[in-house]
Design a binder for this molecule. Structure first.
Ligand code: FAD
Length: 515
């Protein structure tokens, strides 16, 4: 007996935040619709799709991360982006790298491009920064973008106050503001980073994953079912329109067909394009205009932290508890500040107080919690038609789908913007305190984990886009694409809020057509 239904109204491929957003909107607005979500990876947390950082037991958390690493379950990983050494190809916990095909000789490639294969996707491992796009990052042909972003905030559970009690956050923001704000419009000034994180009533921090995006309404929907460990091999078309999916049960190896009126492919920044390619849906723009946000990181130390803390009667000398130190990422001690992107200064700044110094400090020099500040500037790519993911007909990946080959170069303009970012990050570090380390570190391409463009949205079917403003693939009615891959602009800000916003528009379009 197959564990799959013979037919549904909507098949969703992928259980990350974008697939989850479709499930949520459909559950809220079309509760009669029968929905099946297919996820190639296992369920690693409870509720399904929950962020692994919410797992209290460190061993269990590490097991959940390893189980998310697809074919690289046992590979070594490093937790903080700053820990990646030049040239080292190491993935973050919960993610895995492309084994080969990440660079063609003579090009930059995307050597640390990464994936997660688990219920919740990368959204079970992310930092949760949810800034809004500004200036040219915005999608000019969507008049309802702001309302969609508001809705995305609701689905992702975005807050700005979760870290208000963390030491030194206000001080860091004040110091950054002195260096950044003069001449900027109010919305572009230094502010708290909107984060998909909230505090439970007992005070514990909860990171949003797909569980939060789906919400109780999806979990309680008797017409919704999530099928984990299920690979979608291809989208089935009949007379050119969506007819269902062919899936493979990863537990038994058996293949099945599930008929569907609508298929939403939300299989991440690269694999969404892969599923379309494997289905014979190959518009000219498929895989093209691929873009990653080049990233520069640095750190500073609030040298006068002990005095500031003493003046405030605060945290100086406190030691970290076990729950506070999680994988070098944000913790109870972390404030996260946002330096918004502007077209004049085309970088997006994510400034986080770290729980450990990325460079060794003298032993006699104990770290005052919150006093080590990690600075990251993401830059917007100079979009190029030739930057792309290609799919091979003569080789397959670990799942048996067409193998990827990345074609990717940084242009002269990309290098110029990176030079500016390196200079700017030094100024920001000096504004915050005492820079740590001789110079900023430029991350290897792909490190942002923000891969955009491969199934980009367009206002019209002009051969430069894969889908229309409702995320429906041109020439393949009923097939929708979701994820950062849909974003047509070169954003520098963390893109998940924006991609979820676009998904909400797509889901509403399906709702209208279901009735
Ligand atoms: P994913 O979350 O990647 O989910 C796609 C799912 O599809 C995966 O589970 C995959 O297994 C599944 N899938 C793929 N192919 C198939 C197939 N053929 N059949 C069935 N299932 C398939 N973004 C931000 O905006 N802010 C941040 O602060 C941030 N920090 C991050 C920090 C880390 C450490 C990581 C790993 C990511 C971070 N990101 C951040 C990126 C963010 O997690 C992604 O943008 C987001 O998860 C994308 O959602 P998605 O649903 O499109 O894709």
């Amino acid at each position: 007996m197959s564990r799959y239904p013979a037919a549904v109204d909507v098949a969703i491929v992928g259980s990350g935040p974008n697939g989850a957003a479709y499930a949520r909107i459909l559950s809220e607005e079309a509760p009669e619709a029968v929905i099946a979500m297919f996820e190639v990876g296992p369920t690693v947390s409870a509720p399904a799709g929950a962020h692994v950082k919410n797992i209290v037991d460190a061993e269990e958390r590490r097991a959940a991360q390893a189980a998310s690493q697809g074919p690289a379950r046992d590979a070594e990983t490093v937790s903080s982006p700053g820990a990646v050494k030049a040239g080292a190809r190491t993935a973050r916990p919960g993610t895995y790298l492309l084994e080969d095909g990440f660079r063609v000789d003579g090009e930059d490639g995307l050597p640390v491009i990464a994936f997660s294969s688990n219920v919740g996707g990368m959204g079970a491992h992310w930092t949760g920064a949810c800034p809004r796009p500004g200036g040219s990052e915005r999608i000019p042909f969507l008049p309802d973008l702001d309302e969609l972003l508001d809705e995305a905030d609701r689905l992702l559970g975005v807050t700005t106050d979760a870290f208000d009690d963390a030491p030194f956050t206000a001080l860091v923001r004040e110091r950054l503001a002195d260096a950044v704000d003069p001449g900027r419009e109010e919305g572009a000034r230094v502010q708290r980073m909107p984060l998909a994180v909230h505090r439970r009533e007992d005070g514990a921090l909860v990171w949003s994953g797909s569980d939060v995006v789906m919400g109780d309404v999806t979990r309680a929907n008797p017409n919704f079912a999530l099928h984990d460990e299920t690979l979608v091999l291809r989208v089935l078309l009949e007379d050119g329109r969506a007819a269902g999916v062919e899936v493979q049960d990863r537990r038994t190896g058996e293949k099945h067909t599930v008929r569907a009126r609508f298929v939403v492919v939300a299989a991440d920044g690269l694999r969404t394009a892969q599923v379309l390619y494997a289905s014979g849906i190959r518009p000219a723009a498929l895989g093209r205009m691929l873009n990653d946000q080049a990233q520069v990181v640095y750190a500073a130390r609030i040298a006068d932290a002990a005095e500031v803390a003493a003046r405030a009667g605060g945290a100086s000398g406190e030691s970290f508890g076990e729950r506070d130190v999680i994988d070098g990422a944000i913790s109870e001690q972390s404030g996260v500040s946002w330096v918004p992107y502007t077209d004049e200064e085309p970088f997006h700044g994510q400034i986080m107080q770290l729980d450990a110094s990325p460079v060794p400090l003298a032993d006699e020099d104990p770290v005052v919690p919150g006093s080590i500040v990690g600075l990251g500037l993401f830059t917007a790519k100079d979009l190029q038609w030739d930057d792309r993911v290609e799919f091979r007909d003569d080789a397959t990946d670990a799942y048996g789908l067409p193998a990827m080959r990345i074609r990717y170069r940084l242009t002269a303009r990309d290098h110029e913007v990176l030079d500016r970012a390196r200079a700017r990050i030094v100024e920001l570090a000096e504004a915050v305190g005492e820079p740590l380390g001789e110079r900023p570190f430029t991350m290897p391409p792909g490190a942002s984990l923000h891969y955009q463009g491969a199934t980009r949205m367009g206002a019209s079917d002009d051969g430069r886009s894969v889908c229309g403003p409702d995320s429906e693939v041109w020439g393949a009615p009923g097939v929708f694409v979701a994820g950062n891959n849909v974003i047509p602009t070169a954003t520098a800000c963390n893109p998940t809020l924006t991609s979820v916003a676009l998904g909400i528009r797509g889901a509403r379009s399906i709702v209208r057509r279901l009735s």
